[in-house]
Design a protein. Sequence first.
Length: 345
Amino acid sequence: MVSVTEGIEWQAEHAEQAGAPCTGRVVRAMLALLETDTAVGRRMANWQGLALEDAMPLRINGGLHNLVLTGEDRRLEPVYAGLITDQNTIDALVVDVVRTYDARLLPWLDGPPQTNEAGRSWAFMSALLWLSERLGPEFELCEIGASAGVNTMMERYHFNLGGVETGPQSPMHIHPEWRGLPPPDSPVHITSIRGCDQAPIDLSDPEAALRLKSYVWPEAAARMGRIEAAIELASQKPPQIVRQDAGDFVREMLAAPQTEGVTRVLCHSIVWQYIPQDTRAAIEEAMLTAAAQATAERPLAWVSLETNRDTFRHELHVRYWPGGGAPVLLGCGHPHGAWAEWFGN
């Protein structure tokens, strides 16, 4: 288990590796907070849990960004804009802002960041294109950790994946910089898609939508545009999201009747680290039990885009049944979908 300081350093480096150096500097300034008598600093210094897996630094970073977005305090605006880069100056600014808004910022540490990102749906759709060649074109998707349900609307997105285009005309265009060969140009039909989250966000609620934007790294202007597109789509037809524990959701998903010829898919992106270890083990056991019952008429698949903490890569893995069930590494990508690299063919 990493220490709090190691967790902050890792998260700062991760942001920098992902093309967000300004966010990295703000996160690194949290090391200075640990030495203060603020409530935020004390709670961070005495963090009860896994500072890295809990994404603890990104929780408070969301609160700091929220102050800028609301206009309540703009002192960090030039830092997020890259106009102030001296780390000592940033340390002092972050400490000063936290002292001013200590009570307001403290609740941001209560829950994990809601990093719902439509750009990650490149991975889900690429996996479905690949699976279509093996299991057929019909899919029902079930997403855990769905947050605001941004990716449970992906049947309404238009994709350009290395030149392979699929999906309807849409305000949401998913077109990452593509590396490697394109995925298969196969038919995909999503018959249904639903998700769960322990604290789902309602995109129709302006305050909730603003909170979602607060977790977006300020360098990522394109991400803000995708959130606006998601809000527009949700206003036309809300995503199907339930407030439920991931383990219970998966058990119910697997117990439900399955239409012949439709592959049932469990999917998730950048959420596995936030799920308690015993729940992860229960999901794995439930999936393997269901996998033993999978048939060519009623197949099962598991698609995940999760972080490799050693390489900083966000890796797309697929397992499917019948078919052996061994994880297949199909590709990797930027954490927010700016680029994707395909290995699958």
